[in-house]
Design a binder for this molecule. Structure first.
Ligand SMILES: NC(=O)c1ccc[n+]([C@@H]2O[C@H](COP(=O)([O-])OP(=O)(O)OC[C@H]3O[C@@H](n4cnc5c(N)ncnc54)[C@H](O)[C@@H]3O)[C@@H](O)[C@H]2O)c1
Ligand SMILES: O=C(O)[C@H](O)COP(=O)(O)O
Length: 399
């Protein structure tokens, strides 16, 4: 029975899915763990479930010999060293769209609140003022929303924004089907120059670091609004503070930060603290009851499917093999180095032991190949042990 370790308060729907599939050796943690405690928690786990705050880097993955699969119970997977996980034969799954709608609704709400200067007005009323001025307050209708990253969330934000009468333009590094009346801009600067509200929906990582910086902030319309609910690394916060001080940017909403507090009692350190035209939220774009319950179920189902059948459909770092019902007496999962002759080597190992193959699927990706083999006869652990010893083998499991 695999040992399953779930961190970061993953919704109980995940445990329900595991239990229903017969898996009961489950350890849950209500929070993310500091690096040493995380290392210890992951060390003897077969399955690990995390959200965005647990960093599974090389040093942790290298010390987790039993680890067979990782589930990110969120969209982002940049917190996992995906290349190292692949080298170790560990597929990583996520929930690519279970919290998409939650983020999109929050972003549209923030766009409207900032266009109306609600954060400032709210603060003023709390401070004893009753300022009914309409100055600087605008309807969303007829304003232009500029979306950077028109993937699942970006396109959903665009659809919602059109429903309240906004004009939608977007910039993406890939060609995307525009939904509704949205218009693509291949040139980011041209898009920034036209948008009243700019919202970011790109992945994290080096390629998107500081997309919003002093130069791109200067390319935005004077008095525009900036929203970031993607990853903290995509906005240069010092440059944003300077643009807010200079009134180049009229307001901002940030849900993610370059460095986020490690726990609920640690305050956010940011030059944006205290500005009443800036909405700061604690990375809760995807935190709704609906999305967390859906994510718990969706990712746990993917992990159970992998444990029971070896299918890697939807894995973000691994050769993808679709589900196929077992066709023989045993199923062997074999991850090997992607070298010429690897499949022939594997099959000759079966032939030497007089094991008949009734079905086989192979897929490769970068440095590894992944084969699911269904055999006519029941295969013993001795065969798996022999396969594990072979130099082409990265990982081998018997189902
Ligand atoms: N705040 C939250 O709680 C929360 C919740 C969910 C997702 N997210 C984050 O939102 C982001 C987007 O999620 P998604 O599901 O829409 O992802 P997605 O993969 O569907 O879309 C990302 C889009 O960004 C585009 N892109 C990549 N690099 C780009 C660049 N340099 N310039 C322009 N476009 C670029 C891609 O082509 C793709 O279309 C991710 O970083 C995810 O981690 C945050
Ligand atoms: O990648 C995501 O889905 C978001 O960043 C949400 O992450 P969380 O589940 O850790 O809040």
């Amino acid at each position: 029975m695999p040992k399953i370790v779930l961190l970061e308060n993953i919704h109980p729907s995940a445990v329900e899915v595991f239990n229903a599939a017969g898996y009961h050796d489950i350890v849950t943690h209500a929070t993310a763990l500091p690096p040493d405690a995380l290392r210890a928690a992951v060390h003897d786990a077969d399955v690990v479930g995390i959200r965005s705050r647990s960093h599974l880097d090389r040093s942790i993955l290298d010390e987790a010999p039993a680890l067979g699969v990782v589930g990110c119970f969120c969209i982002g997977t940049n917190q996992v060293d995906l290349a190292t996980a692949m080298e170790h034969g560990v597929p990583v799954f996520n929930a690519p769209f279970s919290n998409t709608r939650s983020v999109a609704e929050l972003v549209l709400a923030e766009a409207i609140l900032l266009l109306r200067r609600i954060p400032e007005k709210n603060a003023r009323v709390h401070q004893g003022h009753w300022d009914k001025s309409a100055s600087g307050s605008f309807e969303a209708r007829g304003k232009t929303l500029g979306i950077i990253g028109y993937g699942n969330i970006g396109s959903q934000v665009g659809t919602l924004a059109e429903a309240v009468g906004m004009r939608v333009i977007f910039h993406d590094i890939e060609a995307k089907l525009p939904l509704g009346n949205a218009r693509p801009y291949s040139d980011l600067a041209s898009m920034l120059a036209e948008a009243d509200v700019v919202t970011l929906h790109v992945p994290g990582g080096r390629a998107t670091e500081n997309i919003i910086n002093a130069q791109t902030l200067a390319q935005m319309k004077r008095g525009a609004i900036l929203i970031n609910a993607s990853r903290g690394t995509v906005v240069d916060i010092d440059a944003l503070r300077a643009a807010l001080d200079a009134k180049q940017i009229a307001g901002a909403a940030l849900d993610v930060f370059p460095t986020e507090p490690k726990g609920p009692d640690e305050p956010l350190a940011s030059p944006l603290i205290g500005l009443n035209n800036v909405i700061l939220t604690p990375h809760i774009g995807g935190s709704t009851v609906e999305s967390q319950e859906n994510i718990g179920r969706e990712v746990a189902e993917k992990l159970v499917r992998f444990l029971q059948s070896g299918t890697t459909k939807g894995a973000v770092n691994f050769p993808e093999l679709p589900y196929q019902a077992p066709a023989g007496a045993s199923r062997i999962l074999h991850v090997h180095r992607n070298e010429p002759g690897a499949l022939a080597t594997l099959n000759s190992l079966f032939a030497e032991r007089n094991i008949n193959i009734v079905s086989q699927q192979l897929q490769t990706k970068g440095p590894i190949g992944y084969v699911l083999t269904d055999t006519g006869e029941r295969v013993g652990e001795d065969v798996v042990a022999a396969l594990r010893r072979h130099p082409i083998t990265v990982r081998c499991e018997l189902l």
